[in-house]
Write a protein that binds this ligand. Sequence first.
Ligand code: C5P
Length: 219
Amino acid sequence: GVRRDLDGRRVMVTAGPTVEPIDPVRYISNRSSGKTGYAIARAAALRGADVTLVSGPVSLPAPEGVRVVRVRTAHEMLEAAEEAFRDADIAVFAAAVADMRPRAVSDRKLKKSLDGDELGAIELVENPDILATLAARKDRQVVVGFAAETNDVVPNAEAKLAAKRADFVVANQVGEGMAFGTDDNAVWFVDAEEVEELPRMPKSRLADEILDKAVQFLR
Ligand code: C5P
């Protein structure tokens, strides 16, 4: 049977990409499918939690019994996550937030080189780090971060753990045919004490492994 070990607990999950508009027809985004975050939200609800899923644009159905707050930009995601984080016992940051956004959004379609070269000179600014911003304010919240890396996966995850004040980081290797959009994943759990390597498994089972680990940090 299903464990109800999250009965009475509040869980917040960010998931999917963010989309940063350039002009009325273009945007900056990434290849995140949202599958991992959605799987975690679904698993948490099945385990009895009150779940808020702050989701960028994805083509996945809302998990049953989960409150979904739909956002587009990193700024909208930060705002929605801020509110959900305040009451959360566990906060999982699975979103692939766009690193940069255009400094200004044009209200008309920008021109390419042939007729004005406005696209070649789009000024980009860095988006807020949602995980780092909220983890800096944590009191009871268990904070779970992700690190998708092409190389030096565990050292990079260790650096993120410290820099962002997460309780643990779920690290995985990305690249050709790995992680993004797939239904399974092989990860490492990195916390201040140890590095644990997990075998490749479906994202649905990985979701429960992540929640098992988070439960150990509940105060
Ligand atoms: O992009 P990066 O590798 O730094 O992401 C690591 C973690 O930080 C992930 O959990 C991601 O959801 C989170 N993050 C965030 N806001 C950002 C960038 C990353 O919450 N702007």
